[in-house]
Design a protein around this ligand. Sequence first.
Ligand SMILES: Cc1cc2nc3c(=O)[nH]c(=O)nc-3n(C[C@H](O)[C@H](O)[C@H](O)COP(=O)(O)OP(=O)(O)OC[C@H]3O[C@@H](n4cnc5c(N)ncnc54)[C@H](O)[C@@H]3O)c2cc1C
Length: 402
Amino acid sequence: MQQEVIIVGGGMVGLSLALMLAKTKIEVKLLEAIKYPNYDDENLATYHSSFDARNSALSRRSVQIYQELGLWALLQEHATPILEVNITEQGSFGKARLKAEQEKVESFGQVIENAWLGRVLLTQVQKEPLIELIDGVQVTSLTQDADFAYIEAKRGEYTHKLQSKLVIAADGRDSFCRKALGIGASEHDYDQVAIVTTVQTSKPHHHVGFERFSHLGPLALLPLPGEYHRSVVWPVKKGTEDEWLGEHNDQHFLDALQETYGDRAGKFQKTGRRFSFPLSQVLAEKQAVGRVVLMGNAAHTIHPVAGQGFNLCMRDAYVLVRYLKEQQAQAADLGDASMLQDYEKARLKDQQRVIKFCDSVVRGFSNQNPILKLARNTGLMCFENIPGIKPLVANYAMGLKS
Ligand SMILES: Cc1cc2nc3c(=O)[nH]c(=O)nc-3n(C[C@H](O)[C@H](O)[C@H](O)COP(=O)(O)OP(=O)(O)OC[C@H]3O[C@@H](n4cnc5c(N)ncnc54)[C@H](O)[C@@H]3O)c2cc1C
């Protein structure tokens, strides 16, 4: 029985998932609200790295998944490995250091430009005969009965009416599909926005990533392709973002980085345009209802403090595809509700561990109480000195243990 799956949302997760499904010979209809630009091969070849885009830290597991899809050779053209991670707190003596060499791995993961990741994924999706991409359409209705899930998607005055045995909702944090199915979500506003940009420093990065907890917020500085380029993700208090955004604040922003980092990275010489992203945690109360399963940010949106959100979504997608592959092999219903619930159960442990970890890091390090600061220092020192703890943490961060 040939069955087609509908994915709502062609963000990084929807596009990746569509390619994973196509690889297992499952047909996909991918519906995306935004009209994509036309990235043809010529554009890919002439791609220039942008100085103002977001970057993602991909765990080793996510890299492995892209390798299995045969995409890594292309993706790595604009990716760079993380060989060491240093965690410190401004004004404190504790320090934790993880080295790939010591953990006997090639790298902890790779930092990739989202613009490039998006381009490569979209181009592959457009070439893939088992995927039909319908962009520029807004899903406005999702219902289901015992046999099918039904979708209406609007482009201007025209309404596409579609039905499928399985709908995967990868339509982001404010998921229309989640709401249409009446699935509740718990929401916690961190009262922060992430300031995101690319900077140039006078010292080469040597593939070292830094996480520095400052009084302004936890600042991540990650290596980028180009020895002197680094990606910045700096969550700051909501309402203070105007102080950092805009060309007129370039020097002020560079000075703040310098003050926070000291000379570890040398001089902060140049900054790209800064963008801001509001930060909240949104967790769906259920991920599988009838013939619909939530995926990506629609299922769980988390704080970017440890660069885990997308990596977690990739592991979810990989496991879901495994379940669907088994159903396909047995010519069974791809939207079988109990199979989708089994998928959800199978993913809960890994999801809860990552969600809890990211949330406790943000809450734990945002309190400036001196006793808590001392406890954090002690924690960072223990991390340095307790045998066996580093490989454990490294494996979790690389997404190799769940
Ligand atoms: C500042 C920041 C830094 C981050 N850094 C990292 C990192 O280093 N590593 C990491 O692992 N994660 C990181 N993350 C998390 C990561 O960005 C997210 O997990 C990821 O973007 C989720 O992708 P998604 O496809 O689920 O959602 P989205 O990117 O929101 O995509 C949803 C898609 O659905 C479409 N859509 C929405 N509604 C409809 C509709 N009704 N009809 C049709 N289409 C619709 C939208 O147009 C969109 O294209 C970071 C997040 C932030 C905010």
